[in-house]
Design a protein around this ligand. Structure first.
Ligand code: KG4
Ligand code: ZN
Length: 373
């Protein structure tokens, strides 16, 4: 990381192109950041690769990387056209440099390096998790400090966002990410991919209370998560019922969602109590939920109640900016650039693992560090 020259530390408007290729969405966006810190997405183009991965029931890294190569140029061109800007109008290009699938990351990082060098733009290597963490600054002008629950297909963690670039992890999953638990549950029940929306749809015609499912980690002092046991419990209940009828699947989904909502609300209540001990009185009493699973209404309703009980206000970015997108990457880049931070285009590297809080200790029992932890 280096201090940026005039463009970055200047006081004028900043126009930043964001590029996102860390998983199965190819995305580009141009964001405007005004000197008063207010932001606006001038364009936001996302191409999802679900169709390519659907036959395999999950994301295949090689297929993802190839799909990014094939369409990234066109996605960037569309983002510029939609924003009515050309590359020469930009101050910087921001790219997700990690954590994520290394093949896809390399496609984005190499493209961004080339654009920065050829067009004389500043380059900002953005941590994908930081991009999720700062999205509320773009969508509703909320500035740190606040507490963040990040729940996606690859990540499940609770952080105190102390400032741009300063994060304190309070808790994390010791096994599956929450989105992964939704996806695996959907798969074992024969529902589609991605699983989260499919489980939510099925649950809408189900009744809660038919199955007894665990609330993992409930009451534990550390606000960590575990979802592997819950997923296994669903499998056992499903196996006992084979052949499954549509109503069985709907009821199982409803009880799975209820168990997830209870478990996450319990962990969040614990995390908010811990956060309140260190946050200044009256400051930072905001709970921000980001990542694809934030789209789940049952979970959101439960979190709203948990936040209220703890004296916090719940904030959830609109669904299009909760799931992976490049506007959040451009915005994180703009926030860094406004603080005079940018990177050397010649030395930037893609990182499969890149924890937001480098001081956080590994979670006991965690098999995976980095992307999921
Ligand atoms: O943030 P995201 O788009 O990509 C990353 O994983 O980074 O999140 C995708 C995840 C998937 O696991 C998907 O099943 C889950 O978010 N998801 C949902 C819902 N919509 C998406 N999970 C539960 N309920 C939903 N409505
Ligand atoms: Zn994400």
């Amino acid at each position: 990381m280096r201090r940026a020259a005039a463009a970055g530390s200047g006081t004028g408007d900043l126009r930043v192109l964001g590029i996102e290729t860390s998983c199965d969405e190819t995305a580009a966006s141009v964001v405007l950041r005004r000197p008063d810190g207010v932001g606006e997405a001038l364009s936001n183009v996302v191409r999802s690769q679900w169709e390519e991965h659907r036959p395999f029931g999950g994301v295949v890294p090689e297929i993802a990387a190839r799909a990014h190569v094939e369409c990234l140029d066109g996605i960037i061109a569309k983002a510029l056209t939609d924003a009515s800007l050309s590359l020469s109008d930009l101050d910087a290009v921001a790219v997700t440099a990690g954590p994520g699938l290394i093949g896809g990351l390399l496609v984005g990082v190499t493209t961004a390096q080339t654009l920065a060098l050829v067009h004389g733009l500043a380059l900002i290597a953005v941590n994908h998790l930081e991009a999720h963490a700062l999205t509320v600054g773009l969508t509703e002008g909320l500035k740190p400090p606040y507490v963040l629950l990040l729940v996606s297909g690859g990540h499940t963690q609770i952080l105190v966002v102390e400032d741009v670039g300063r994060y304190r992890r309070l808790g994390s999953t010791i096994d599956d990410a929450l989105g992964e638990a939704f996806d695996k549950t959907a798969k074992l029940l024969g529902l589609g991919f991605p699983g989260g929306p499919a489980v939510e749809r099925a649950a809408s015609s189900g009744r809660e209370g038919r199955f007894s499912l665990p609330r993992p980690m409930q009451g534990r002092p550390e606000p960590n998560f575990s979802f592997a046991g819950l997923k296994t419990a669903v499998r056992h209940q499903a196996q006992a019922l084979v052949p499954l009828h549509e109503q069985d699947i709907a009821d199982l989904c409803a009880d799975f969602q209820a168990a997830v909502a209870d478990a996450v609300a319990d962990r969040i209540a614990r995390a908010l109590a811990i956060a309140s001990e260190t946050l200044e009185p009256g400051k930072g009493r905001h709970l921000v939920v980001a990542g694809g699973v934030a789209a789940n209404k049952r979970l959101r309703d439960r979190l709203k109640a948990a936040a209220q009980t703890a004296g916090y206000t719940l904030h959830v970015p609109p669904p299009a900016l909760c799931t992976d997108n490049a506007a959040m990457v451009a915005w994180a880049g703009a926030e860094r650039l406004a603080r005079g931070l940018s990177d050397d285009p010649l030395t930037v590297t893609a990182r499969a693992r890149w924890p937001l809080d480098p001081d956080a200790l590994p979670v006991l029992g965690s098999g995976r560090q980095g992307a999921k932890a």
